[in-house]
Design a binder for this molecule. Structure first.
Ligand SMILES: [Cu+2]
Length: 287
């Protein structure tokens, strides 16, 4: 019995500690701001509401992939609407024409039913004569509202190409954007990209089941490559193209790409050889 006693004591102490912890979890807690760690991009006041747009980290709207979080506040009592149905339409107003860009739906996050999440892929930046706006249409308390806000879309601060829009050899316009790595390491990184075709100026459906061949190179160091890269293939669950990107040192890397359709035909991009140092389809990163 003497040898068992310490275990019983430990067991009781553990039981008391764990019940304390779960009591804490069950008790009603003060509403924490779920966006405290996020960056407020825009606060749009209309219809007696405030529509708030957030990004992760410090960055604003940039060309390429933008993950965006949306909340709608009722200005009457400063509460946030739960489970709002929100759709969005980004439009670039160019001097010669208007066009949209690839986007996801906005859907409620699992973590908080006042926060919706989605992404936009801006294929070009605004300038002094040409600008982007986003029109939001949303239903709260059974009523539909809409509002439009002009936004500033700029090139990424590091100037590196994270999106490419191009004509394939099949005469289809495509938009290809890099999602990950957002924080590249000297390691084998997960690389994730999303691919769309331009059906018309306003519609950019996702393209599935193609392949994106990957050949990362360091142009400043004899255009050397790296081992253990894996081409990007379509992941139906993630609805994106996923592969492996091997970065053997820090610095500037050009990620040479080739887009292949379901029949293995190359739609864009060239193989890197001694004679051809880069593909016309690529992403860039520097870290
Ligand atoms: Cu444009």
């Amino acid at each position: 019995m003497k040898t068992i006693k310490p275990f019983i004591v430990i067991f009781i102490v553990a039981l008391v500690l764990s019940s304390c912890t779960s009591d804490g979890d069950d008790s009603p807690k003060i509403e924490e701001n779920p966006m405290a760690e996020f960056n407020l991009l825009s606060n749009i006041e209309a219809n007696g509401h405030s529509l708030e747009l957030y990004s992760k980290g410090k960055k604003g709207f940039t060309t390429g992939y933008n993950e965006i979080f949306v909340r709608i506040k009722d200005n009457a009592d400063a509460s946030y609407f739960t489970d709002p149905e929100i759709s969005w339409l980004p439009v670039m107003h160019m001097t010669s024409m208007n066009h949209s860009c690839p986007k996801s739906d906005l859907s409620i996050t699992e973590e908080n039913n006042t926060v919706s999440k989605g992404y936009l892929v801006f294929q070009m930046a605004g300038n002094t004569d040409e600008f982007w706006d986003i029109t939001f249409t949303y239903i709260v308390d059974g009523q539909e509202y809409s509002l439009t806000e002009t936004i500033d879309v700029v090139a990424p601060s590091d100037g590196k190409q994270k999106v490419s829009s191009f004509m394939g050899s099949d005469d289809v316009m495509y938009v290809l954007a890099m999602v990950e790595p957002s924080d590249p390491q000297v390691a084998v990184n997960d690389i994730q990209a999303i691919l769309f075709k331009m059906e018309n100026m306003m519609s950019f459906p996702a393209v599935e089941n193609y392949t994106i061949a990957l050949d990362p190179r360091m142009p400043s160091m004899g255009n050397h490559s790296s081992p253990n890269n894996v081409d990007l293939t379509f992941d139906a669950a993630a609805k994106s193209y996923n592969g492996k990107l091997s970065l053997t040192m820090t610095g500037y890397w050009k990620l040479n790409l080739r887009l292949l359709n379901g029949n293995g035909e190359v739609l864009k991009g060239e193989e890197v050889t001694d004679e051809n140092e880069a593909s016309s389809l690529y992403f860039e990163l520097e870290f």
